[in-house]
Write a protein that binds this ligand. Structure first.
Ligand SMILES: Cc1cc2nc3c(=O)[nH]c(=O)nc-3n(C[C@H](O)[C@H](O)[C@H](O)COP(=O)(O)O)c2cc1C
Length: 285
């Protein structure tokens, strides 16, 4: 039989297909289903940075910065606490996930500042996660903020976290950078062992009936994979880190192309959500 084994973040995977962060990994039952369905590793749904603090006043700056009020800003984002109530529940979830499945379990943190993440990343390691995916999500709205400042913030977060944990750290970034390959190199120099390309953001929409801004979640299609196919191919061999594809992988052919372009791991979320059962998930369109 053909050997499909892959190495991602130093972890041996029986094949490159893994479950990307999504509500499917929010319940232990879902995690078991993902393993039974053949996922070679499972990325847990993220804990959002602002959930590290229970104080509403300390809600993460990326929600409030540049907006006139918190209430207004938050309508552009999905409810961050829709998956986990807080850090303790997340750590418990990691322990239970590790006990439930034999495949590697990758924890995921979503946010933009080093702050509380550093200590919490150590707790994630102690809870038994095999690796950590940092989904760095920052919306620069300040007209005076340059791209250098934004990128340096990404680099600082990675350096702070990767320097403090023994488990491998992968960084999930969006596609909208003026020099993605240079940023990728700097993230790897800061300690990232892997890059997850690319995060898909919720795009806000306006509900004309309710006259409200609503987060608009649209599941991907295979066509979306073209964007990352190009960048994975461009980074492969130039960036000394494992590359994971996320975005628009729905068919065997989509996955094969990612591996051909240079991906060590191929993540799936929308395809699994479309086929599987989803609990506590914003209804996709
Ligand atoms: C309902 C839903 C929930 C998601 N939750 C997370 C999350 O908690 N953390 C994260 O990093 N990505 C999250 N994602 C993004 C996916 O992991 C993935 O990167 C993105 O959907 C692109 O891959 P796909 O085309 O296979 O869906 C979520 C995606 C969906 C559709």
């Amino acid at each position: 039989m053909t050997n499909l084994q892959s190495t991602y973040l130093g972890l041996t995977l029986k094949h490159p297909l893994i479950a990307g962060a999504s509500p499917l990994s929010h319940e232990i039952g879902g995690i078991r289903q993902l393993e039974d369905g053949g996922a070679a590793a499972i990325v847990l749904a993220s804990l959002f940075e602002e959930q590290l603090s229970h104080e509403a006043a300390a809600l993460d700056h990326f929600l409030t910065q540049g907006a006139e009020s918190y209430q207004e800003a938050v309508t552009y984002f999905p409810e961050p606490d829709s998956f986990f109530s807080g850090p303790d529940e997340y750590l418990d979830h990691i322990r239970k996930a590790k006990a439930a499945v034999g495949v590697p379990v990758i924890a995921s943190l979503n946010g933009a500042s080093a702050g509380g993440w550093v200590t919490f990343a150590q707790s994630i390691e102690e809870a038994g996660a095999d690796a950590l995916e940092l989904n760095i999500y920052y919306l620069p709205t300040d007209p005076m903020m340059t791209s250098q400042v934004v990128e340096q913030m990404y680099v600082d977060v990675v350096a702070a976290v990767a320097g403090r944990v023994g488990i491998p750290v992968a960084v999930k970034i969006g596609s909208q950078f003026s020099a993605p390959v240079n940023l990728a190199k700097r993230l790897v120099d800061a300690g990232a062992r892997g890059l997850v390309l690319f995060n898909r953001f919720y795009q806000p929409d306006i509900d004309l009936e309710e006259l409200e801004v609503k987060p608009h979640l649209v599941l991907s299609t295979s066509y979306d994979s073209r964007l990352l196919l190009r960048w994975i191919a461009l980074m492969y061999g130039r960036i000394q880190a494992d590359l994971a594809a996320t975005g628009g992988v729905h068919t065997v052919e989509d996955a094969l192309k990612m591996v051909m372009a240079g991906a060590s791991a191929v993540q799936m979320a929308s395809a699994l959500l479309r086929q599987g059962r989803v609990n506590r998930c914003p209804r996709p369109r």
